[in-house]
Design a protein around this ligand. Structure first.
Ligand code: FMN
Length: 194
């Protein structure tokens, strides 16, 4: 392993969306397990390993999107809801797997809750970095529904657990050129070297 390989892996990670997915293809189940295996190596204070995942595919994926519409309809109406339904219908055919990201609070509360969220976010980054080499695309999605009490009920979360959104994954149809990659702002402007 060398620095350049690590840099290339990190630089090549990107969020890609349903428009780039092939609706006729699905991700092999063993590749989803490979991603989850990567998640399991995230750093974790006091080894609480707070990351939990729920995987949805096939019928269960359709049920998940229907539930998302139902939850969103508690605050959305009219044109906005019609648009959401249309968007979710597209996803039902394009998305192969959804991985719901859950932070499970340590029962003994040995560390502050933020640390459990940081560790879970690290686990998600491990997954995001593993996607490219497995020819999987997708992105981390969040929003009002993901943080709602209705979603926590649907996912059967404990009172101190938290849904941190979900990864919507698929197989690429067309990949945008590398030149379309976002260039980050200068790191020197984000560092105060004392
Ligand atoms: C915690 C988190 C939540 C995000 N939620 C959304 C989302 O709800 N919808 C969306 O389109 N992208 C979401 N993204 C993806 C960002 O839009 C994406 O990372 C950003 O556009 C930069 O692109 P890149 O990931 O290819 O570098 C989320 C990213 C993170 C880290």
């Amino acid at each position: 392993m060398n620095y350049q390989d690590t840099l290339n892996l990190i630089k090549s990670r990107r969020s890609l969306y349903p428009a780039q997915m092939d609706e006729n293809k699905s991700i092999p189940e063993e590749d989803i397990w490979k991603l989850l295996e990567l998640a399991n190596y995230a750093p974790t204070h006091k080894i609480t390993e707070p990351w939990r995942f729920q995987v949805y595919a096939g019928e269960k994926l359709i049920e998940f999107y229907d539930e998302l519409i139902r939850i969103s309809s508690t605050w959305m109406t009219g044109e906005e809801l019609v648009k959401l339904r249309k968007k979710m219908d597209e996803r039902k055919s394009k998305i192969s797997h959804i991985i719901v990201i859950i932070m499970k609070r340590d029962e003994q509360e040995r560390i502050p809750v933020q640390e459990e969220e940081y560790a879970t976010a690290c686990a998600v980054q491990n997954i995001l970095l593993g996607m490219g080499p497995l020819n999987i695309i997708g992105y981390w999605g969040t929003g009002k529904a993901s943080f709602s009490k209705e979603m926590a009920e649907y996912l059967v979360l404990g009172p101190k657990d938290k849904c941190m959104g979900w990864l919507q994954l698929g197989v690429p149809k067309i990949l945008p050129p590398d030149s379309a990659r976002r260039t980050p702002g200068d790191i020197k402007e984000k560092v105060d070297w004392k």
